[in-house]
Design a protein around this ligand. Structure first.
Ligand code: SF4
Length: 105
């Protein structure tokens, strides 16, 4: 009987926390532009930081939100292997308003 109440309290807390987390996951999720992950896959993915960002994901994020203007900031990147496919991808995937992201090699 002495073990019953602690288990009941801990079990109840677990259920309450699980409900809170699932509600938060449902309503507080931040949708990310799907182009970011697609561009990240086209980068060398060394996560070296030579471009001045914390990694390839942040660099891809910078491309999509317009902060990165030159792809050559990615030092290990090669024009034919990485930059041209990114430019092609961006040409095929414009912004919602139809405008294109202004980025160059
Ligand atoms: S320099 Fe290129 S490979 Fe290195 S983190 Fe930046 S985007 Fe990734």
């Amino acid at each position: 009987m002495t073990l019953f109440y602690p288990l009941l309290v801990l079990g109840g807390l677990g259920i309450v926390m699980g409900v809170i987390l699932s509600v938060a996951n449902r309503f507080l999720v931040v949708e990310e532009d799907s182009r970011i992950n697609a561009i990240e896959k086209l980068l060398p993915n060394y996560n070296c930081g030579a471009c001045g960002t914390p990694g390839c994901h942040a660099f891809a994020e910078g491309i999509v939100n317009g902060e990165v203007k030159k792809l050559s900031r990615c030092k290990p990147g090669k024009p034919d292997k990485h930059f041209n496919p990114i430019l092609e991808f961006l040409k095929d995937h414009p912004n919602i308003d139809g405008s294109h992201i202004d980025v160059k090699i």
